[in-house]
Design a protein. Structure first.
Length: 204
């Protein structure tokens, strides 16, 4: 998915100027990194907020149009209001085609309902991780990584080392044996059955 943001250069800085921008429906931000100097910018608040509600926005290379020129960036930091759906400030980092990225990418779990441990044994899917830390060149950056749990029985699981990664993508986690997802039995139901059996034995 391609995202394009329209930005304007921000000349006035400081807390007072930022407050005036926010009242005008704008978000102050900055673009940094690469060989160019950091650039203070402003963006339309509502358009940015709408984009930020999309999962792919946080793990995609974004195009910012500034002064009639496009530059590729990653969203690196967002400051939100404590209780309002309001963006206070955003940081973007420039992307260079030859430099590897370090980014958190979401996991998409598929075939959960058809897994034998769920469909036949009544187990529950236990998602331990919902995103992973990856390193890759910009052209290889995936919007998400798919995790197929369709073959899992109760008690079985998938670890980081078992994930099928896109070409050119590698994980940067220290422990590649960390648990990603597993299927657990319904312990509550089992305990209830044991309890009923115990009561039956006591009655006899």
């Amino acid at each position: 998915m391609q995202f394009e943001l329209k930005a304007q250069a921000r000349t006035l800085q400081g807390s007072g100027a930022s407050r005036r921008l926010r009242r005008a429906g704008k978000v102050p931000g900055i673009i940094y990194g690469g060989e160019a100097a950091p650039q203070a910018i402003e963006l339309d608040h509502n358009e940015l907020l709408l984009d930020m509600k999309r999962e792919a926005f946080h793990a995609s290379i974004l195009n910012i149009v500034l002064g009639g020129k496009k530059q590729q960036v990653l969203l690196r930091d967002t400051q939100m209001h404590a209780y309002k759906p309001q963006i206070l400030h955003v940081d973007f980092q420039r992307v260079t085609a030859t430099e590897e990225l370090h980014l958190m990418v979401p996991l998409h779990f598929i075939n959960e309902d058809s897994a034998p441990g769920v469909k036949l044994s009544g187990g529950l899917v236990n998602r331990v991780l919902t995103e992973v830390d990856v390193q890759c060149l910009p052209r290889n950056l995936p919007e998400f990584i798919e995790v197929d749990v369709g073959a899992l029985e109760v008690g079985e699981s998938i670890h980081l080392s078992e994930l099928k990664l896109p070409k050119g993508v590698k994980l940067t986690h220290e422990d590649d044996n960390s648990l990603v997802v597993g299927i657990v039995g319904k312990g509550g139901a089992e305990e209830g059955e044991e309890g009923e059996a115990a009561e039956g034995e006591a009655a006899t």
